[in-house]
Design a binder for this molecule. Structure first.
Ligand code: FAD
Length: 424
């Protein structure tokens, strides 16, 4: 028997990270996830960048994490300008002390799942519907639908952890008026698999145009647009391309949009116009590119509700644009901080003190990081910031202007405080 039972809603990166951390604090954990099964590995999702703090934290949960070949170094953060007329590239800003690692979402998710301790039960195919946290009683009761059978089940615990992503229904219950904010652009994304094709013209061209692939996070900026490129383990190149435009209509809760053949064809033609021939070719040859509509939200006033029985983590707590590579990194630190706070306050009858400390540690950090990522995205997309009439124009940018593009400008870049280290 653990010290309490935590019901975690959502079994993606934030949910599974919390399961590790909360079980590490001596609790039993039940995860409710609507997906039918864990990610199979490399097939689901695309690339993500992990900072040193996340790598260290993940290594506590996943045996061998960081010591094997599952991640590649991102030692360099490099921003370059592409002249769309001549296709010439010039360096804007280069940071050789970046110290991130590139991972594949599917690999990270699979490894987090495989390493879960026995105190964690994951109920796949369980769609969370609602919860009760009666005023006059301790504990929470979560109700879920078993998607395979249609039956409804109740799961009782002492704490409800909302890890149900950027469109969180649990957050909506406490903050019904909080709306996601469309950033003004969407991202085309793709993973190019070059296994067995290292000596193809495409890859020879890519290695020539991007000589630091394998250890570098490339940002290519053109007029009012930018692209991101880096290599992943097991012969894959991950790319993203942000395009300004009106907000598309989305159906359902997902921020990923189905791309029609006509949309893909138009995007590939446009890539020829904007980018150097090597990147345009890579984009043309990538199978099944997809579109993410980019949203974030203004920082939340609180992360814990219901007298310290409900807590928000991950994208549910801080939907963010991806420009500071924060989403997964914030999720990992949320989990770690939550686990430390629960361990520290484990003599309390309810987790309220622990959640207050978690909130005090995380709220200022995630608020600053979300707002910085928003600003960085707008700068790179040439959209006005700070009330200025004109946005950043990469064609005229000086080396000094370009310093603001570096990833190291992110608040708490060197690591965020957690409950243990006196940062509260
Ligand atoms: C399939 C998938 C692939 C991804 N690929 C990438 C990637 O390649 N690169 C990247 O940077 N980020 C990716 N992400 C997003 C990334 O995981 C998050 O941005 C970040 O790590 C924070 O994760 P999160 O767990 O808070 O949110 P999310 O990853 O969005 O997870 C929320 C989880 O909650 C579950 N959920 C929501 N509502 C309910 C409900 N009512 N009942 C039960 N379960 C529910 C969802 O099914 C999902 O698993 C991906 C997310 C998913 C789900």
């Amino acid at each position: 028997m653990g010290k309490g039972v935590a019901v975690v809603v959502g079994g993606s990166v934030a949910g599974l990270a919390c399961a590790h951390a909360v079980a590490g604090a001596g609790w039993d954990v039940v995860v409710l996830e609507k997906a039918a099964a864990p990610a199979a590995g490399g097939g689901t999702g695309a690339g993500l960048g992990l900072d040193a703090q996340s790598m260290e934290t993940l290594a506590r949960w996943i045996p061998g994490w960081g010591l094997d070949a599952a991640t590649l170094p991102l030692a360099v953060d490099l921003s370059r300008a592409t002249d769309s007329e001549t296709k010439a590239a010039r360096t804007l800003a280069r940071d050789d002390n970046f110290n991130f690692r590139a991972a594949h979402w599917g690999d990270l998710h699979r490894r987090l799942h495989e390493a879960l301790p026995p105190a964690v039960t994951v109920l796949w195919g369980h769609q969370f519907l609602s919860f009760e946290a009666p005023d006059d009683a301790r504990g929470v009761v979560a109700t879920a639908r078993v998607l395979r059978t249609g039956e409804t089940v109740d799961v009782t615990g002492d704490l409800l952890v909302a890890a149900d992503g950027s469109t969180s229904s649990i957050r909506r219950r406490f903050l019904p008026d909080l709306k996601l904010r469309y950033s003004g652009y969407c991202a085309w994304r793709g993973v190019f698999d070059f296994a067995g094709k290292e000596s193809s013209d495409t890859m020879i061209g890519m290695r020539r145009a991007y000589p630091d692939l394998g250890s570098c996070l490339y940002f290519d900026l053109a007029y009012k647009t930018h692209a991101v490129l880096y290599e992943l383990a097991r012969s894959r190149l991950n790319w993203l391309w942000y395009i300004n435009g009106p907000e598309p209509k989305l159906t359902g809760a997902s921020v990923t949009m189905e791309a029609t053949d006509a949309m893909v064809a138009r995007m590939r033609d446009e890539a020829e116009r904007v980018w150097c021939p090597e990147l345009a070719r890579l984009i043309r040859e990538t199978a099944a590119p997809f579109v993410n509509v980019i949203y974030d939200a203004d920082p939340l006033p609180r992360l814990s509700w219901a007298g310290g029985r409900v807590v928000l983590v991950g994208d549910a707590a801080h939907p963010t644009t991806p420009h500071g590579l924060r989403s997964t990194n914030m999720s990992v630190v949320d989990a770690s901080a939550l686990g430390r706070c629960l361990a520290k306050w484990d003599t309390e009858l309810t987790p309220a003190r622990a959640l207050a400390e978690y909130e005090a540690a995380r709220l200022p950090v995630v608020a600053a990081q979300v707002m910085h990522a928003r600003r960085l995205g707008r700068i790179k997309q040439g959209l006005p910031v700070d009330g200025e009439a004109e946005g950043f124009d990469v064609r005229m940018a000086t080396a000094e202007d370009a310093l603001q593009l570096r990833q190291s400008t992110m608040p708490f870049f060197g690591g965020a405080p957690t409950a243990d280290d006196g940062g509260l």
